[in-house]
Design a protein around this ligand. Structure first.
Ligand code: AMP
Length: 277
């Protein structure tokens, strides 16, 4: 496993990889969700490149950039047994050289949901992912369904910018009690951690209604809100029942649909989603 920081060394390492290359971009502090993407990349490609970069431009002014958990040694120890070929850990100066002023913006898809709550977030995400694609030249790039809007934005960007690669969206890895794995779960205290299962419970309740034949978008949103409101530690930011591709809110559910939500548990912001249909 080559551990590389500089761009020139990355390019040399990339040129030496023959066959199909899978890329897994991460911000580190790896958990089983990240590792499931890496395993899949190894299964489906000849080589896997993992990037670890806490991207400053996707954090808002009031967000947790300086506090974002980091543990490079632990991350490398987790990646080593998986047979990863290259780990790229660029510095912010490599990704954003002095005087930086070039951005990738995806339009309508970034207006609602996370985009509405976190202005500028997807500009940072789309820009860094485009740069990671350019630097690593993968055949396939792996992202988690956990970040559903990010997945939609990256799929769109890859098509719009003619990146010659396949974007693969992989299922959300969960704890035994249903909580979606996230680097941010470590911020939760004991009571918050217990309450955090409410996201999975709310999504499950709405899915159950859907499976019983309910197709009214507002009824599904209401169900999720009702379950969330029973948990006193939770502050709901949004609840959505939207078209999977356009992310537009639905009055009536017909095709592939995204149920999603963002809540605060204390100071920790959690998101989760289910895909229906
Ligand atoms: P992050 O380090 O949070 O930027 O996440 C890196 C990649 O891992 C993104 O594509 C995420 O969607 C994905 N990911 C994060 N959590 C999970 C999870 N619980 N299950 C599957 N993928 C995940």
């Amino acid at each position: 496993m080559q551990i590389i920081s500089s761009l020139s060394e990355l390019r040399t390492a990339r040129l030496s990889l023959t066959g199909r290359v899978g890329l897994v971009p991460t911000m580190g502090y790896l958990h089983e969700g990240h590792l499931s993407l890496v395993r899949r990349a190894k299964e489906e490609c000849d080589h896997a490149i993992v990037t670890i970069f806490v991207n400053p431009t996707q954090f808002g002014a009031n967000e947790d950039l300086s506090k974002y958990p980091r543990d490079m040694e632990r991350d490398l120890n987790l990646l080593h047994p998986l047979g990863v070929d290259v780990v790229w850990t660029p510095t912010a100066e490599i990704i954003y050289p002095p005087g930086y002023q070039t951005w990738v913006e995806v339009d309508a898809l970034t207006k609602g949901l996370e985009g509405a709550m976190r202005p500028g977030h997807f500009r940072g995400v789309a820009t860094v992912v485009a740069k990671l694609f350019n630097a690593t030249q993968p055949h396939k790039a792996y992202f988690g369904q956990k970040d559903a809007q990010q997945a939609a934005v990256i799929r769109r960007m890859a098509v719009d910018l003619n990146f010659p690669l396949e974007v693969i969206i992989s299922p959300t890895t969960r704890e035994a009690d249903g909580l979606a794995m996230s680097s941010r779960n470590k911020y939760l205290n004991e009571a918050e951690r217990k309450a955090a299962t409410v996201l999975f419970r709310a999504l499950s309740a709405a899915k159950e209604l859907y499976e019983a034949g309910e197709r009214d978008g507002e009824t599904l949103r209401r169900k999720m809100k009702d379950v969330l409101s029973n948990e006193s530690l939770v502050q709901v930011q949004y609840v959505s029942c939207a078209d999977y591709d356009s992310l537009e809110e639905l009055d009536v559910v017909t095709g592939k649909t995204l149920l999603s939500m963002a809540v605060y548990l204390g100071k920790t912001r959690l998101i989760d989603n289910f895909v229906l249909g």
